[in-house]
Design a protein around this ligand. Structure first.
Ligand code: VG1
Ligand code: CO
Length: 538
């Protein structure tokens, strides 16, 4: 039986960089998730009878909202739901399932790299038939709908047993509980040379993978230890936990500090990697070296032809605006285009769909390709391993060799987390008001607010981050995060290019010190946020 439940709007159900993300406690209010999911369904067209993929990263509250989403899908006319066993699907696996099974779209329950548990964060993302995040126009419609919603529709159904694989019925809708890993693992085998990687590993090449007690555990376990023959224990923290073991499932050198220490300081393995809550991010480490995500994108692009899936070469590359310009240099040398998009994976979708690009990435530990429409943590790990298996050089040799050829782009991101939102807004407004006066000072040749016109669908996005571009090509970029759930988070991205190989072995923070100081003084960060230094440096 389908019921219509009267409801009233909640303020602030505005999707950010990657879906709606809020504190678990906010999501736990009666009708909160229902209102949002109904607003999503109300904003769709042509979904009647279609397939909806549903899954999440296993965080606290997932189990409840998955059942709600299934019951609401039945009440809103979907014909079939595909849901991962135990409600688990990594974001890239969900993207792949949508594409493979020609689903109408998908709902992914995740707050990605944000902490989980009762005091942590929760989130809902909508993906469409191309497997990618809903575009801005649609997320704007959804937000508008959340402001006027008066009722939602839900089927009266017992909870679906998500532990058992198989297909059943729920309120006239088919519900298939599927193995979350199988299709994804097959996709990876179609892209990469598993024989070459197996022989690399059989030769003693050692890997340490930190799944951060999040969704990648089952995927990494099956692929690395199962298909590639890595020793048991290669995948650490392999069991998804509702609170990620109390950790912050963000694969950067700070939150994956133990792994980084194991590789960079103790030099205890040949290759190290980690992934985030929903499996779309990646951290890449080699013995004694951390590879910045911006460099990783550039290096993968430069070596893509060594892997079967990309042996034909790349159509083009795209990077988010704050991502370093390292990939641009590779694109130039390959004679292909490099697109610069606003932050967030949704902007890559149209370029990928139109075949303009093959690889894309963000400085925030996100890299992927045309194989799905999301960033893909394990994919990046496997692409690295495939390249390592072919080149038989160390990660450090490959990275330093890349720098010799293209120069090194020194890069850092400084985050000032959970600062006062009004102060952060004033800081950004203050910079915007001074574009003209800043130009010409300190070697700044251009100051602007990044805007983007999608070359495929013509959509326009403004206010995507403040850029200070220096005569020598260096940049300082300021953005406010669109994924935080408390106050505002100011992100400051700083980069500078160094062509001279004799200056490639320096410490990024020292090398960038002048720009870092300028980033603080020009914006008045201390005055506006009360913070003398960032909360996190990556
Ligand atoms: C952050 C990153 C952005 C990424 C987004 C979603 O957004 O900077 O590059 O696409 O998270 O990633 P923001 O607005 O907080 O800077 V995930 O793995 O959280 O889905
Ligand atoms: Co993520």
């Amino acid at each position: 039986m389908i019921r219509s439940i009267a409801t009233t709007p909640f303020a602030g159900q505005k999707p950010g960089t990657s879906g709606l993300r809020k504190k678990v406690r906010e999501f736990q209010q009666p009708h909160y998730a229902e209102n949002y999911i109904q607003s999503v369904f109300d904003s769709l067209e042509g979904h009647a009878g279609g397939t909806l993929v549903i899954g999440g990263d296993g965080r606290f509250h997932n189990a409840d909202v998955i059942q709600t989403a299934i019951r609401m899908a039945a009440a809103n006319g979907f014909g079939r739901v595909l849901v991962g066993r135990d409600g688990l699907l990594s974001t890239p696996a969900a993207s792949h399932l949508i594409r493979k099974y020609r689903a109408f779209g998908g709902i992914i329950l995740s707050a990605s790299h944000n902490p989980g548990g009762p005091d942590g964060d929760f989130g809902i993302k909508l993906n469409l038939a191309n497997g990618g995040p809903a575009p801005e126009k649609l997320t704007d419609d959804i937000y508008a709908r959340t402001g006027t919603i008066r009722e939602y529709r839900i089927a009266d159904l017992p909870a679906v047993d998500l532990n058992k694989l198989g297909e059943g019925q729920a309120g006239g809708m088919a519900v298939a509980v599927i193995d979350p890993v199988a299709d994804y693992a097959a996709l990876m085998q179609s892209l990469f040379d598993f024989d070459a990687m197996r022989s690399l590993i059989a030769s003693g090449f050692s890997i340490a993978f930190d799944a951060m007690s999040a969704v990648t555990g089952p995927y990494a376990h099956r692929i690395l230890e199962g298909l590639l023959g890595c020793p048991a224990g290669t995948v650490m923290h392999a069991t998804p936990l509702p609170d990620f073991g109390g950790h912050h499932p963000d694969p950067n050198p700070v939150h994956a500090g133990d792994l980084t220490d194991l590789l960079v300081t103790r030099r205890a393995a040949d290759f190290g990697a980690a992934s985030d809550g929903d499996g779309d991010r990646n951290l890449i480490l080699g013995r004694g070296i951390y590879v910045t995500p911006s460099d990783s994108l550039a290096i993968l692009a430069a070596n893509a032809r060594l892997t079967p899936g990309y042996a034909q070469g790349l159509a083009g590359i795209a990077r988010s605006m704050p991502t370093s310009t390292a990939a641009d240099r590779v694109a130039a040398s390959l004679g292909i285009d490099c697109y610069e998009t606003p932050t967030g994976w949704k902007f890559f979708g149209s370029l990928l769909d139109a075949g303009l690009i093959t690889l894309c990435g963000e400085e925030s530990f996100g890299t992927s390709s045309s194989h799905v429409r999301e960033k893909d943590g394990l994919w990046a790990v496997l692409m690295w391993l495939n390249i390592l298996a072919r080149r038989r050089e160390s990660v450090a040799e490959i990275v330093t060799g890349h720098w010799r050829e293209f120069g090194r782009t020194y890069y850092t991101r400084h985050d000032y987390e959970e600062v006062d939102a009004d102060g952060a807004d004033r800081l950004m407004a203050g910079l915007r008001a001074r574009f003209v006066t800043l130009t010409g000072q300190h070697g700044i040749c251009r100051a602007d607010d990044f805007a983007y016109d999608d070359p495929v669908d013509g959509s326009h996005s403004s206010g995507q981050g403040i850029r200070l571009i220096f005569e020598d090509g260096g940049r300082i970029v300021y953005r406010l995060s669109g994924t935080g759930t408390q106050g505002a988070t100011l992100r400051v991205y700083i980069e500078s290019h160094e062509a001279d190989p004799l200056r490639h072995g320096l410490d990024p923070q020292q090398t960038l010190a002048r720009l870092i100081d300028l980033s603080r003084s020009l914006a008045g960060i201390a005055a506006h946020t009360g913070r003398a230094s960032p909360s996190i440096i990556t």
